[in-house]
Ligand binder design. Structure first.
Ligand SMILES: Cc1cc2nc3c(=O)[nH]c(=O)nc-3n(C[C@H](O)[C@H](O)[C@H](O)COP(=O)(O)OP(=O)(O)OC[C@H]3O[C@@H](n4cnc5c(N)ncnc54)[C@H](O)[C@@H]3O)c2cc1C
Length: 421
């Protein structure tokens, strides 16, 4: 019977363990924390958006880095298979807006409990508080893995090792970058690590004045010079350092990937439902209703209160100016602020606030049909440690489940065939 060691009891590692065990291998899961699934616990604001019930092409469209690398993995365990897996493991699911899938209970702990039950029932040995410090190969055969060394010095031997140590974000959950060091020592290239799905820092100080203000139904585009990098519609939030919220997190993945901490321009359309001419008519109507007021008292129907002083400042229209004296040119400037509020992005926030890590083990050095290293036999990688990342919506966990499953069944290949999980 093949003996497989899995480093990391997160989403990818636990799925890999279930998969390898179902194919008849002897499986030991090594997790340095005192419990498994610490990151799963905080996903989806504690509700765990564990996958997305979209069509396959939408899954691939939502993967930001190296989506083609994921074809085999996704088709081995697609989103439907993930949902079947959890339903069968006793975790009822529901589909919400945007095809996001959550446990019926709204508790991420039920996702972790289902995985733990499955591993226990199948006879996976789980070693908690067990940190791996090194991946080993026999001195005479450096191109084949032979086991791991634990941080207490003990050596465990194995036919295959699956590295599922996660990325570099939210290190308190245990994913603090150990796996990248293992990969590099094994000769792998680790492409530049960047925080992604992360708030953006902007230059304009007036942003801070709107701290806490959340805007729904705005559209934005992110540009580097004239080149459009990202375009989207949704909800955003102003903070003390810049901008955040779902729409900004999505934009940040493309900022991280394509602009790499150089300044870029964010253009926000506060009234995307109205064409310029329609919005101009609407402003004229509001001005007509407020014609005897000062400009600063005429914008309540158009903007949230926190935004009014800022928009007055940017438009350059004197706040005390009577509305009936505002010129066409001034009105056009206001219109421009509403349709094209411009911000300068200067960088992202750090890994401690990033939902995923962009970059990781170079996928060209991994066999996409098995997740095995092309450099070291018997060494597999799964989950966020790989250079793949996706938008929010359950796609990152889907990557972890799919690559974990494929690594598990591949590592266990040639052992006694068991039930499909
Ligand atoms: C706040 C937040 C919310 C998120 N929400 C969602 C969401 O709703 N939907 C979604 O799809 N994605 C979400 N994500 C992303 C998703 O959680 C990750 O992409 C996913 O958990 C990655 O799984 P993984 O198994 O690769 O890594 P992890 O889940 O990070 O697991 C890695 C494990 O390896 C262990 N480990 C590391 N080094 C060692 C070592 N040397 N020895 C032993 N063990 C080790 C760690 O302790 C850890 O338990 C969220 C992320 C964050 C931070």
């Amino acid at each position: 019977m093949k003996r497989i060691l899995i480093i990391g009891g997160g989403a990818a590692g636990m799925m890999a363990a279930a998969a390898a065990r179902s194919r008849g291998a002897k499986v030991v899961l090594l997790e340095k924390n005192e419990k498994t699934g610490k990151k799963i616990y905080i996903t989806g604001k504690g509700r765990c958006n564990l996958t997305n019930a979209c069509a396959p092409e939408d899954f691939f469209r939502n993967v930001v880095s190296n989506n083609k690398f994921l074809y085999s993995a996704f088709y081995q365990m697609d989103n439907q298979a993930v949902m079947d897996f959890f339903e069968k493991a006793g975790c009822g699911l529901k589909v919400e807006r945007g095809e996001r899938v959550f446990p019926v209970s709204d508790h991420s702990s039920d996702v972790i409990a289902a995985l733990n039950r499955k591993l226990e029932r199948e006879g996976v040995r789980i070693c908690l508080r067990t940190a791996v410090s090194q991946i080993l190969s026999d001195p005479g055969m450096p191109e084949k893995v032979s086991g791991v060394r634990l941080s207490d010095g003990r050596v465990l031997s194995a036919d295959a090792v699956i590295v599922a140590t996660g990325g570099s974000s939210y290190t308190s959950t245990g994913s603090d970058g150990d796996g990248y060091k293992f990969a590099q020592r094994a000769g792998h290239t680790v492409s530049k690590l960047r925080p992604a799905l992360v708030p953006l820092v902007v230059r304009e100080a007036w942003c801070r004045e709107m701290q806490g203000l959340s805007l729904k139904n705005v559209s934005l585009s992110l540009k580097s010079g004239k080149k459009k990098i990202y375009e989207g519609f949704g909800e955003m939030l102003f903070t003390h350092f810049g901008v955040s919220g779902p729409l900004i997190l999505s934009a940040s993945s493309y900022y991280a990937k394509k602009i790499n901490n150089m300044p870029a321009q964010l253009h926000i359309d506060l009234k995307p439902a109205l064409l310029r001419e329609q919005l101009d008519k609407r402003i004229l109507r509001d001005f007509d209703e407020n014609k005897n007021r000062q400009f600063k008292n005429s914008l309540n129907g158009l903007l949230p209160a926190k935004m009014i002083p800022v928009m007055i400042q940017i438009s350059g229209i004197p706040p005390e100016k009577p509305v009936n004296e505002i010129t066409k040119e001034e009105r056009t400037r206001l219109l421009e602020c509403l349709k094209n509020l411009a911000l300068t992005v200067t960088g992202t926030r750090g890994f401690s606030e990033a939902i995923v890590t962009q970059g990781g083990v170079h996928v060209k050095e991994i066999n996409p049909s098995t997740m095995e290293s092309k450099l070291v036999g018997g060494l597999y990688f799964a989950g966020e440690i790989l250079d793949t990342d996706a938008m929010t919506g359950g796609f990152n966990l889907q990557i972890a489940w799919s690559t974990g499953y494929l690594a598990g069944i591949s590592a266990a290949a040639n052992t006694v065939k068991g039930e499909k999980i």
